[in-house]
Design a protein around this ligand. Structure first.
Ligand code: SUG
Length: 422
């Protein structure tokens, strides 16, 4: 049976605050702060436990090898000789934000009836631009069953592609054919537009989406200027529901009309700017929530939906007040589930950034990438034992930290029987 599976990126042992992402206000604000990789990874695991308790299917993606020696070698250097800025780019744990790993078109939407995944090139940011090789290697293993999946390499730069963070799928149910919305930005403001229209269109062509299953929509430049560097900071969709800020899209009326034409049962829940400003939306990450169907895996498709939100959304009275009214109103969204992912949030990554959604039959996925509570506990034991407690900026150039980070990852791969990713 087709189900939505959330694959969460396990926070890597080199998680740090180097302030590498221009236009990501949280990351810029926390540049130079001391990070806590162990706490960060355990917060991510607690979120996965919460998802399992809601009856959702859960998978994992693994941290990448850091420092990124292959990338440094391609630049004619190594960790011992690279200048600090370059080394920070090689030490980033940014692959944890799995929403940026790939764009996924589930089987019911595609021409050949397979689930298609295109790995994101993340070409706009140096620290993210070298993630794709290791991501491709992982996805090729997790989704190796070629009867069910097609895994594509990234679209070529300079067309920037940031994966599922700029992609929304709406459908009557996860296992039915839907419409896919690709949201791109147009450059010109103070901050880079990271998703290019050309990349979105290329992904849609490769996935074999029929024209009636495809909408290309421009992100509102005001949202990018306010710090919404990805669309998933101002909008999220699940099944037949779109939950979006009033200022998320450049031409929202045209988008909403196209959605209603493609999916007459669509429900659009718009948060007005006069109640929640773009600034509040971005600081609270209210839209970087996982909007999930409750009961779907247990055969109760009408059990409503939950928003799995960062605790920062609960801490903002304007945001929380609006959400409490929303769940009281008897609409599709019936539950609010705050989770503490503050270590990731401080780098601009909320609950939705940490996961990649794949609609698939779990039996077709390599089981090493799927988890239950017991497997999460085994991962937690490795993290508690091996992940550094903290990393200060000056630690990034310490060979002892490189060795610790490598050993930590190796211990996790061994526990999960995934040494082949070493
Ligand atoms: O690409 N932060 C990530 C956050 C990605 C969030 N993902 C989604 N919205 N889906 C980014 O800006 C900060 C890393 C640093 O500065 O070290 C960073 O890369």
């Amino acid at each position: 049976m087709l189900r939505e599976i959330n694959f969460d990126g396990i926070v890597g042992p080199s998680h740090n605050y180097a302030g590498l992402s221009l236009g990501n206000l949280a990351a810029t604000k926390n540049a130079g702060a001391v990070s806590h990789p162990r706490e960060a990874a355990l917060q991510g695991l607690a979120k996965m436990h919460a998802c399992l308790e809601l009856g959702l299917a859960q998978g994992i993606l693994l941290p990448q090898d850091r420092p990124a020696t292959g990338w440094l070698a391609a630049l004619g250097t190594d960790a011992s000789h690279a200048e600090p800025g370059l080394l920070a780019n090689a030490m980033s744990a940014s692959a944890m934000w799995a929403a940026n790993a790939a764009t996924v078109s589930p089987a019911p939407d595609t021409a050949d009836g397979r689930c298609h995944l295109t790995v994101a090139n993340l070409a706009t940011m140096p620290h993210r631009s070298h993630e794709w090789r290791a991501t491709l290697a992982q996805l090729q293993r997790a989704f190796a069953d070629e009867r069910a999946f097609a895994v594509h390499p990234p679209v070529p730069p300079p067309f920037g592609d940031e994966g599922a963070a700029n992609h929304m799928r709406l459908a009557p149910g996860h296992g039915e054919a839907g419409v896919e919305v690709f949201v791109y930005g147009v450059s010109g403001g103070a901050f880079p537009a990271r998703q290019h229209r050309e990349a979105s269109a290329a992904v849609a062509r490769r996935h074999g989406l029929a024209p009636e299953r495809l909408i290309l929509a421009e992100q509102n430049p005001e949202a990018i200027a306010a710090g919404a560097f990805h669309n998933d900071v101002v909008a999220v969709a699940n099944a037949h529901v779109l939950f979006a800020h009033e200022q998320a899209f450049a031409a929202k009326d045209a988008l909403y009309a196209a959605l209603r034409a493609a999916l007459p049962t669509v429900e659009i829940i718009e948060v007005p700017a006069r109640v929640v400003s773009l600034a509040d939306a971005i600081s609270s990450y209210l839209f970087n929530a996982q909007l999930v169907s409750l009961g779907a895996g247990r055969g109760h498709p009408d059990a409503g939906m939950a928003l799995i939100l960062p605790t920062e959304a609960r801490d903002n009275p304007r945001v929380w007040g609006w959400l409490e009214q929303l769940v009281a109103a008897n609409g599709p969204i019936r539950r609010l589930v705050p989770v503490d992912v503050r270590q990731s949030m401080a780098n601009g990554g909320g609950p939705a950034c940490l996961r990649l959604r794949v609609v698939a039959d779990p039996d077709t996925v390599d089981p090493r990438f799927l988890v239950n509570a017991a497997r999460l506990d085994a991962i937690g034991a490795v993290i508690a034992r091996h992940w550094p407690e903290q990393i200060a900026p000056e630690d990034l150039s310490r060979p002892a930290l490189w060795a610790e980070v490598r050993a930590a990852r190796a211990a996790l791969l061994a526990t999960l029987d995934l040494d082949e990713l070493a």
